[in-house]
Design a protein around this ligand. Structure first.
Ligand code: ARG
Ligand code: ZN
Length: 881
């Protein structure tokens, strides 16, 4: 059942010190816990002690050293209560758990040959009886005992304090973490691991030993993560003044992991896909992901660990802020505009969809059934956009003062989003009163903008209306404070801006950029001294996570696309132009008319491709058509998406663009070859991305060009080019070409689990009627394992999200297959099961027969006995009328 933010109460008991002793065996782990508890003064005097626990076998329980008999405590489904306890006492327990059978991958579990933990959000209660809530922070002392030969490495948080050989083939290590922490930051690892070692000297002169622990076979894939870690440590000192606070920082790679990685104090545990890299096995995208996630988890040491969350409704306090921090880090390390475009794309395609779906929730949710379901794009990415808007409104200096105040004031505390906003307000002297609504109000605001030029008065008026559609539980929406960054594009470039009745704009050196503060439901902004009719350049840099509508002509979009100063606006104009062309073509297809792709669009694209003065990475992003999923999302608002016509329209426009600019694509393909040895640096990444996009278009233009893909596949010296070629052959080649390449790829890479995952994903996206059977067959392949989330995401997620036509088969077989996988995972790994439901929850977006068939599958699942809370929550919210 649901829990509510409004019901928050401080804990009745606090834990000062936690002593844990683990005895690890192949068929069990024995966990002894001694908790030094005291009543929280002023809260619930005389209340019973209620501890959290799940799937624990209690062997022994003692209070202040005296064993408690069965009548002295009571065990319920997920809790243990003791009615009568003193104000200060120790509670000791011994439990048996079964890590070897723990397929949920939360709590203590085995990944291949090692023991590891994942405790966020509420996994610690699967390890021992505890006050498993983030506002209970304790100093941890941990001892781990295990067989020495199988588990030579024994790790936990903080500093090692002892290591003993127990003589009987077993050994023990003791760890102590001096920083009080909530249980969700606890970690333990035991395994046969090797490490890559390095060190970092902090600004204050502390020598920190850095180690990345992996299985021996992966020792050669740690360099990039190590470099990224050192860059992150330096960046956090320079940009936020934050230094590392212990002598040790460890990272461990594990193969079976539900999410990307986890920021456990001084012992980060990573999904191996988010830490291991080599040019031979990892794509450019992979290198960038590793750098970003290493940074993200490192940054949590301050935004998350030193200052943590009071309760899980405040999750965005640490996640939104940390995603903002890692995004700025990535922007500083690579291309700022490309990073912004990538993040805006995720927001618009995936987060806006979440906001428009049945699971819509505010950045700070006010209720949930299962918190694992709220590690969402809204909490993470929209939360980061909210922090970014504060940064935009305050400016960099005041924002830094705010973050200094926040860290200083709340160091060692568990706090709320409100505390963060208060620190920002106080340090900057800015009133964020209305701005706070961003934390509480769900849904994507729509900004409808109109422009009016008065030639006689030389004024230009922007009329802005904002509205947010109702979301579940929030029928009425209030106006938000929206920072709307704008420019005005004239014939010879961006015009100087002067808002009527305001002091001259000094925000940017050339006075052509301004951030308007939209606060009302309807509002006008009048610019004076405007000498010519401008094209408005709106939502520059994606200054707010909103949908923006302005009735641009295609000529105006072409002008923005080719000449505006703002890189995001140039990209966005290209996207809007593409969308308008795609929608036009889809309309023609639906009316059985001959499809005609506007030559204006084709010409604009070719001109862009010919311009060698531009960043090839941006050119590639601008020439990449919006995906079918996003087009379906847009079509939902226009009467229901039709997957077939969307697909056909997209293929038609792709092909027209391929043929129109064939020679230019070929020229771009040749020009963007990288001859230098592989390095994951911006220049090379940009060239490869435009080259591989060119290859995709070429393969569409003419069958003979598949030869280019085959030659590239045969000669590629890095995974980016190899996989790009394999994709093109698989998507556009003949059946024989495809099978040959896929077989070759598997033979070559079968020993590299992460590469095999890519192979699974490519197969999931192979078009044609046979796709479902192929994916079903792969479930039985030796390379597949339903217990491994990465494999499930690659194959099953890859099919649902990357093969729209076959997933959305009219006979519903794609949905049924998907539902059966969810059914199996509901028991073994509920978190992954619930995540896989997302594509089906969009059923309302689709016209018949798909929409109805999706709903039918959701109903079938909802009728199953024994649904996990995770799956139950998503299903029940998706099926509300
Ligand atoms: N805190 C982690 C991160 O974002 C993710 C935690 C995973 N949580 C979960 N419920 N599986 O860095
Ligand atoms: Zn995080």
């Amino acid at each position: 059942s649901a829990i509510y933010l409004k019901d928050y109460r401080p804990p009745a008991f606090l834990i000062e010190r936690t002593e844990l002793a683990f005895d690890l065996h192949e068929d069990r782990a024995i966990v002894e816990a001694t908790l030094h508890l005291r009543r929280n003064s002023g809260v619930g005097a005389g209340e019973a002690l209620v501890l959290h626990g799940q799937e624990l076998e209690l062997l022994w329980l003692a209070l202040d050293g005296r064993e408690l008999g069965e009548g002295e405590y009571s065990l319920a489904e997920d809790s243990l209560s003791i009615a009568d306890v003193p104000d200060q006492f120790t509670l000791s327990s011994r439990c048996r758990i079964r890590p070897q059978d723990n397929t949920s991958l939360e709590g203590l579990y085995k990944s291949r040959t090692m023991f590891c933990t994942q405790c966020e959000a509420e996994g610690f209660r699967k390890i021992t009886w505890y006050l498993d809530r983030p506002d209970v922070m304790a100093e941890f002392e941990v001892s781990i005992e295990a067989e020495k030969a199988r588990y030579p490495v024994l790790l936990s948080n903080g500093n090692p304090v002892a290591a003993e050989d127990l003589g009987n083939g077993r050994h023990r290590a003791r760890w102590h973490d001096p920083f009080p922490k909530p249980a969700y930051l606890f970690a333990l690892v035991a395994g046969d691991l090797r490490s890559v070692d390095d060190s970092f000297t902090t600004r204050g002169g502390r020598q920190v030993s850095l180690r990345i622990f992996v299985e021996e076979k992966d020792l050669d894939k740690c360099d990039h993560a190590m470099i990224s870690l050192k860059k992150s440590m330096r960046w956090d000192e320079e940009v936020y003044g934050r230094e590392y606070d212990l002598d040790i920082f460890n990272i461990v790679a594990v193969d079976d992991f539900n999410m990307g990685a986890m920021e456990n104090k001084s012992l980060n545990i990573f999904n191996s896909s988010c830490v291991l890299c080599s040019p031979e096995t990892t794509t450019d995208k992979g290198f960038q992901t590793v750098e970003a996630i290493v940074a993200h988890e490192y940054f949590h040491n301050w935004s998350g660990n030193r200052v943590t969350c009071r309760d899980w409704f405040q999750l965005s306090l640490k996640e939104g802020f940390t995603v903002f921090r890692d995004a700025e880090f990535s922007a500083d390390m690579g291309s700022r505009t490309v990073k912004r475009v990538e993040d805006a794309t995720v927001m618009r395609t995936a987060q806006f969809a979440e906001d428009a779906g049945p699971m819509a929730h505010p950045v700070r949710p006010d209720s949930f059934i299962e918190i694992s379901n709220f590690y969402t794009l809204t909490v993470y990415e929209k939360g980061a956009e909210v922090v970014r808007m504060i940064h935009t409104l305050l400016g960099p200096e005041a924002f830094r003062k705010g973050s200094d105040l926040y860290f200083e004031r709340h160091d060692g505390q568990a706090v709320t989003c409100e505390d963060f906003v208060l620190a920002m307000e106080e340090a900057s002297g800015t009133d964020l009163g209305q701005f706070r609504r961003w934390y509480a109000q769900a849904g994507t605001p729509l900004l409808s903008v109109g422009g009016d030029y008065d030639e006689d008065a030389q004024t230009y008026t922007l009329s802005v209306r904002q509205s947010t559609a109702p979301t579940p539980g929030q029928p009425e929406k209030q106006p938000l404070l929206i920072p709307l960054a704008v420019g005005l594009l004239g014939d010879a470039g961006n015009l100087p801006l002067q808002l009527e009745g305001e002091a001259p704009n000094v925000e940017s050196e050339d006075n052509t950029h301004l951030v308007l503060k939209v606060t009302e439901a309807e509002q006008q902004f009048v610019f004076s001294g405007v000498r010519e009719r401008p094209v408005p350049s709106l939502l520059r840099g994606f200054s707010a996570p909103v949908r923006l509508e302005y009735n641009y002509s295609r000529e105006e979009l072409c002008a923005l696309m080719s000449r505006d100063d703002d890189g995001f606006v140039r990209w966005d104009a290209a996207q809007q132009l593409a969308i308008s062309v795609l929608q036009e073509v889809e309309g023609q297809i639906r009316e059985d008319q001959a499809a005609r792709v506007d030559p204006l669009y084709l010409k604009a694209c070719e001109t862009l491709l010919q311009d060698t003065s531009l960043d090839p990475a941006m050119v590639a992003e601008m020439l990449r058509l919006p995906g079918e999923g996003y087009l379906a999302e847009l079509a939902a608002r226009r009467g229901g998406a039709r997957v077939e016509s969307i697909h056909l329209a997209r293929e038609t426009v792709l092909k027209a663009l391929a043929l129109h600019a064939e020679a230019t694509w070929l020229e771009a393909y040749r020009r963007n070859v990288v001859n230098a040895p592989y390095a994951p640096v911006a220049g090379q990444i940009a060239a490869r991305s435009l080259r591989n996009l060119s290859l995709e278009y070429l393969a569409l233009a003419r069958e003979e060009h598949i030869a280019l893909a085959r030659a590239q596949y045969a000669s590629a010296g890095n995974m980016t080019d190899s996989l790009a070629a394999l994709r093109v052959i698989s998507q556009r080649g003949t059946d024989a070409q495809r099978d040959e390449a896929l077989d070759d790829f598997y033979r070559r890479w079968q020993a590299e689990a992460l590469v095999v995952n890519q192979w699974l994903q490519v197969q999931a996206t192979v078009p044609g009627e046979g796709a479902l059977a192929r994916v079903q067959g792969l479930l039985q392949h030796e390379a597949f394992d339903l217990r491994n989330p990465n494999k499930v995401r690659s194959l099953v997620g890859g099919f649902a999200n990357g093969n729209p036509l076959q997933f959305h088969r009219a006979d519903g077989a794609g949905y049924r297959f998907h539902g059966e996988v969810i059914e199996a995972l509901n028991t073994s790994n509920p978190q992954i099961a619930a995540r896989l439901l997302a594509p089906l929850t969009r059923w309302r977006n689709y016209a018949a027969p798909q929409g109805a068939a999706m709903r039918t599958e959701l109903e079938r699942l909802a009728a199953l006995p024994k649904l996990s809370p995770d799956v139950f929550e998503v299903l029940s919210k998706s099926l509300v009328d």
